[in-house]
Design a protein around this ligand. Structure first.
Ligand code: SF4
Ligand code: SF4
Length: 101
């Protein structure tokens, strides 16, 4: 099963709407972080749910080189990626067509 290199380019960075819990070794600027009611340090999200580190103009991660470990481990085209894209499309949030590879 091949995954085209442009899969993320055809996506609304849906994975960047998930809760990203920061790990001890993560080195993210404090202005991009938040603390949950449970006391977890996470990536902050905007009113629409996207991580505040998303560069909306270029639809990419503005801190890619120092992105959190959780983001590094997220597999493009993997089961979770496909699942959240399908859910996002089903809810009609932006109507980006989902292509299963
Ligand atoms: S990893 Fe998956 S969910 Fe995230 S931007 Fe790429 S295609 Fe979209
Ligand atoms: S840190 Fe970057 S890769 Fe991780 S959720 Fe935020 S924008 Fe996406």
């Amino acid at each position: 099963m091949s995954v085209p290199a442009d899969l993320c380019e055809a996506c609304d960075a849906v994975c960047c709407r998930l809760t990203v819990v920061l790990q001890p070794d993560d080195d993210v600027p404090a202005r991009f972080t938040d603390v949950t009611e449970a006391g977890l340090q996470v990536m902050a999200r905007d009113d629409e749910g996207w991580c505040v580190a998303v560069d909306a103009a270029r639809m990419c991660c503005s801190i890619y080189a120092s992105r959190p470990e959780v983001c590094r481990r997220f597999a493009m085209g993997g089961p979770y990626c496909r699942e959240i894209r399908a859910e996002y499309t089903d809810r009609g949030l932006r109507g980006i067509p989902l292509t299963m590879y």
